[in-house]
Design a protein around this ligand. Structure first.
Ligand SMILES: Cc1cc2nc3c(=O)[nH]c(=O)nc-3n(C[C@H](O)[C@H](O)[C@H](O)COP(=O)(O)OP(=O)(O)OC[C@H]3O[C@@H](n4cnc5c(N)ncnc54)[C@H](O)[C@@H]3O)c2cc1C
Length: 466
């Protein structure tokens, strides 16, 4: 059995891996290196209507909890959401690890809503979803932090960024930066769980130490924001309305549905030079939002159907996006849906921009970031098809044009930026004792899926003793 384990990233998968090692009696040293701060020191100025101060690393996606920002609501989507992770782990192990992961999130019985296909022809998968109130989610992070800090064989190093990994014989030599000081640590087992904030570093490590992987399958997306009443009933039948549509040879998927009684909040994640947005439901009734939102994503492929490589995406999507917001470069851009459809920049007043609770948004033609005209048309067709269905569900009798006129488009979203790592059923790479979990694997995203992956890696580390 390994004598010590080094976990890089204190996000959901890293924490779940550490908790599992402890619960299963691992007696060696467990060190977690996290580039961000502890969970209570992760305030984002944009969340309180301020200007983004370009924190490095971004506090929304870095620190204890990773992409689960202290104070946000958590949506847990059970399998078969995250099908590729099931394929890696095997059916019965994924079920076993999912039950364990759910027990980490709550000692109580979690309440689940399972959407039914009977409610809409658009519902494809019937999987249970549980929503954890922001107060509950805060309590879980507090509990996990306490559990880890109370163990004598666990050390969590905050504000330390891992910069390099090498393997010499059977030992990993890992360099990290603490403030301006460069330090080194040795470990016989390493678990990489660096999530969104670490997507570039993950690519670098994979290249430098020859981790076998496939190129990413990146999707471009836009978030559509609208008054709550349009999505109110939809959220009651499906809190995470996932569906896919096909138009003009492209596939469009809904993503991260943030709607309901108190609407959805936009989250702003700085990826180093450019900011991507995400949605979040809010169950904190002290800060209700009048707006709900969801995103539509579509994979970035060339005319022969092949995925563009990451360099192409950097040059043809990310760099033009950085230039689109002329006041705050690399920050989100807003457009009315009707202007997005015809490719026109929207003339918005400051008062209008303020409605979106942010001083960093600019106006620009988001549609110009879509590589092909057909794919742009497909985005519009998909949105209109979905809104027609949502109006049916919510019994809205207004003409479609009235509803569409109330929709704003916000960008940019980019998903699946990670290379797809080749993994064993223990989440081990081709390099013995090097494990990858969570978003960094490039095979499944999601909070519950990250936790399941972390548990599987811990079982892999303990394999000989279990
Ligand atoms: C705003 C937002 C809302 C979301 N909402 C949901 C939701 O409701 N439901 C859902 O299922 N999924 C949601 N997701 C996705 C989900 O949060 C992620 O899939 C999940 O957190 C991934 O866990 P992880 O451990 O892989 O990475 P993360 O949770 O992102 O953690 C990775 C950690 O690694 C650290 N790190 C990175 N590089 C280094 C380095 N070089 N050195 C040291 N530390 C490093 C980072 O600072 C970070 O703390 C959301 C994501 C975002 C951004």
């Amino acid at each position: 059995m390994a004598e010590n384990a080094l976990i890089i990233g204190a996000g959901i998968s890293g924490i779940s891996c550490a908790i599992t090692l402890i619960n299963k009696g691992f007696v060696g040293q467990i060190t977690i290196i996290e580039q961000g701060a502890s969970h209570k020191a992760r305030l984002c100025s944009v969340d309180s209507m301020g200007i983004c101060t370009n924190c490095s690393p971004c506090k929304t996606i870095s620190g204890f909890g990773g992409s689960v920002h202290y104070g946000d609501t958590v949506k847990l989507s059970c399998f078969p959401s995250g099908k590729r992770l099931i394929n890696t782990l095997g059916g019965s192990r994924s079920e076993e690890f999912q039950s364990l992961a759910l027990s980490y999130f709550s000692d109580d019985v979690l309440k689940f809503i399972t959407p039914s296909k009977e409610n809409s022809l658009f519902i494809e998968k019937e999987y249970p979803i549980s929503i954890l109130h922001s107060k509950k989610a805060k309590g879980i992070l507090d509990e996990w932090c306490l559990k880890l800090s109370n163990k004598p064989n666990v050390k969590v190093l905050f504000n330390c960024e891992v910069t390099n990994i090498e393997k010499q014989n059977n030992t990993f030599s890992v360099s990290y930066k603490e403030k301006r000081e460069h330090k080194e640590i040795y470990a016989d087992t390493v678990v990489l769980c660096m999530g969104r904030a670490g997507f570039r570093k993950m690519k670098q490590f994979a290249r430098e130490i020859n981790i076998v992987s496939k190129p990413p399958q990146v999707s471009i997306g836009f978030r559509f924001m609208m008054p709550n009443y349009i999505l109110q009933e939809v959220c009651n039948i499906h809190p995470d309305f996932k569906t896919s549509l096909n138009h003009n040879g492209y596939k469009y998927k809904t993503f991260c549905f943030s709607a309901g009684d108190i609407g959805g909040r936009i989250k702003h994640a700085n990826h180093g030079g450019f900011m991507l947005i995400d949605g979040h439901s809010i169950t904190d009734d002290e800060t209700p939002s009048p707006l709900s939102n969801f995103a539509i994503l579509s994979q970035l492929r060339d005319s022969s159907g092949n995925f563009y490589d990451y360099d192409w995406i950097e040059n043809n999507v990310i760099l033009p996006y950085i230039e689109l917001n002329t006041t705050h470069k690399g920050k989100p851009v807003l457009q009315s849906y009707n202007d997005f459809k015809v490719g026109k920049v929207t003339k918005l007043s400051n008062e209008h921009l303020a409605k979106f609770n942010s001083q960093i948004y600019g106006v620009g033609n988001l549609a110009s970031l879509i590589p092909s005209k057909e794919q742009h048309i497909g985005f519009c067709n998909s949105l209109e098809e979905l809104i027609t269905e949502f109006c049916r569900i919510s019994e809205i009798k207004e003409p479609l044009s009235n509803v569409l006129a109330q929709i704003s488009v916000l960008g940019l979203e980019l998903e699946s930026l990670w290379d797809e790592i080749e993994l064993s059923q223990d989440m081990e790479t081709n390099i013995p004792s090097l494990f990858v979990t969570g978003d960094s694997t490039g095979i499944a995203q999601g909070i519950l899926q990250a936790s399941v992956g972390g548990i599987a890696a811990a079982y892999g580390i303990l394999k000989d003793s279990l």
